[in-house]
Design a protein around this ligand. Structure first.
Ligand code: ADP
Length: 498
């Protein structure tokens, strides 16, 4: 990643040169020079193109001029990136972030206009014009000085021997593209040549200038390289997407993909539990029915041992059947498949039903006293009647299960602590819930050590189903420890009219 964030301009390909003169034997200084030599003609081309577009504008295409500039800027940017990559060794980030497949032309246009590179490349092209002018003078001055020194002896001799006036006239008249040089020759003939005369010292100095010229060439190449690096850095920042944006987009895409995978896996898991519990229901019910029938019809003829085996099987298949029902309920609740019919419900009547169903069992099998108290004149609550009965049954059954013989389980219906609510409280004088267990008892498959030790027969799903159902009805359920021993569960439901 570091190589992406830090703008890198690689100094030359292959071995990097050593020392000050190393640059003379390496390609990068010359490639940078070539880049600078190409800068003025390219600048010229841009200016001409710009003027042509403006000319078109004057000819009645005014509205199209900016569009044309914008349309041409992009290919120009591509060329610029290619040049900088080849001659300045700049490593670019992409010009635009890729769009998802299937994006429309409008999406592409929008992305293009919103892409900072689109606008930065325009700024780049404008500065490129100034850079072209700068490069022209830089090349001219540095190369002229370096070559003048390097070629001092032949220049000296040429000044003495050549008839510059004749050369000037020849170039001037015969070959018009070199007329400027012809003018230069003329100037040399007029102002410089007459002042130069042969002398051994002059020749000596001109010979001494040759090594100076070599040094100046190396200096010039270093300067070209420095300018090339600086311009390359600028080009990289202007003509490519910000690496941070790319990282951010990549991170976002990775997160989205991971979330999608997690969602898909979660959906598969829910579907599996839903299908599996659904499929298990029929065989479990069939086995259960067969064992019940066997014990009922053939019970007398079976030996004591076989009856004991069958009784254990019957007990376990009942547990299994409850578990399958619970799993199905949870799977439905997870996949929003709990189809509740919420209507105003007289909660007192539901509590009474549960009381009637459980009272004999509590008294005879567990020697636990079940009592109920419903406050007078309570309005109806909003609930699914059958599911509410299941909730109260779950809580009351738990209370009876976890209360030793001689204890009391009380079902109370009162106005809720918050206005507009109603509370159903199930209090017992049982073993209570340990402080550490309290935050977890509504979790799936959570069973306290105490309940495990008692072999209560549950799987730790009852309370999580209770909570799911109550929440689906727009209410809440809490559990607390009772100071004198025992537990209290409070179900709160919204009132139908308040
Ligand atoms: P289980 O089928 O094990 O009863 P539940 O989800 O109904 O599963 O209850 C989770 C755990 O909460 C139980 O294992 C038990 O430890 C604890 N618990 C629930 N109700 C009571 C209660 N009235 N008194 C004490 N502990 C209880």
């Amino acid at each position: 990643m570091a190589s992406v964030t830090a703008p890198t301009v690689v100094a030359g390909r292959g071995r990097s040169p050593r020392g000050f003169f190393g640059i003379l034997g390496h390609s990068y200084g010359y490639r940078n020079l070539l880049y600078l030599l190409l800068a003025p003609p390219i600048t010229y081309l841009y200016v001409v193109l710009f003027l042509v577009i403006l000319g078109l504008g004057n000819g009645g295409f005014t509205a199209f001029a900016p569009i044309l500039i914008l349309a041409l800027a992009w290919p120009a940017t591509v060329v610029e990136r290619g040049l900088a990559r080849a001659l300045l060794d700049v490593e670019f980030t992409p010009m635009a972030r890729s769009l998802p497949p299937g994006s429309s032309a409008w999406d592409h246009l929008k992305a293009h206009l919103l892409n900072p590179v689109t606008w930065k490349s325009l700024v780049y092209l404008v500065t490129r014009v100034f850079f072209g002018v700068f490069a022209f003078f830089l090349n001219f001055v540095l190369l002229a000085i370096a070559f003048a020194a390097l070629l001092a002896p032949p220049v000296y001799l040429a000044l003495l021997t050549v008839d510059w006036h004749a050369v000037g006239i020849f170039l001037w008249w015969r070959w018009w593209p070199l007329s400027d040089i012809g003018r230069l020759s003329d100037a040399i003939a007029r102002y410089i040549a007459p002042n130069v005369s042969f002398s051994p010292q002059g020749m000596g100095i001109s010979l001494l200038l040759v090594p100076v010229g070599v040094v100046l060439c190396a200096v010039a190449l270093h300067i070209f390289h420095g300018v090339g690096m600086a311009w390359g850095w600028y080009a990289r920042n202007m003509l490519g997407v910000n690496p941070k944006d790319i990282e951010l987009a990549e991170a976002r895409a990775a997160t989205a993909a991971a979330r999608q995978r997690a969602d898909a896996a979660e959906k598969d898991r829910r579907q599996l539990v839903l299908d599996a519990s659904h499929e298990l229901r029929t065989p479990v019910a069939t086995i259960r029915a067969h064992i019940d029938a066997l014990l009922l019809l053939e019970g007398d003829q079976l030996s004591e041992r076989v009856r004991a085996y069958l009784a254990t099987t019957q007990h376990e298949i009942e547990r299994l059947s409850l578990l399958v029902d619970d799993l199905l309920m949870l799977a439905r609740s997870d996949s929003d498949g709990l189809e509740l019919t919420i209507t105003p419900v007289a909660v007192g009547a539901v509590v009474e039903e549960v009381f009637q169903a459980l009272e004999p069992l509590a008294a005879h099998e567990r020697q636990v006293t079940l009592v109920r108290h419903v406050a007078a004149d309570l309005p109806d609550a909003l609930a699914d009647r059958a599911r509410l009965a299941q909730v109260i049954l779950n809580l009351a059954r738990n209370a009876i299960t976890y209360t030793p013989a001689g204890g009391i389980v009380a079902l109370d219906v009162t106005p809720g602590a918050e206005p507009g609510t109603l509370a159903i409280t199930v209090t017992d004088t049982g073993i209570g819930i340990a402080e550490d267990d309290l935050p977890h008892i509504f979790e799936r498959f959570y069973r306290s050590d105490a309940s495990r030790a008692r072999h209560s027969g549950g799987f730790g799903l009852g309370l999580s189903i209770t909570r799911d159902l109550v929440r689906a009805m727009g209410g809440g359920v809490t559990a607390e420890r009772v100071a004198e021993g025992g537990s209290r569960f409070i179900v709160t439901l919204p009132l139908a009219h308040h």
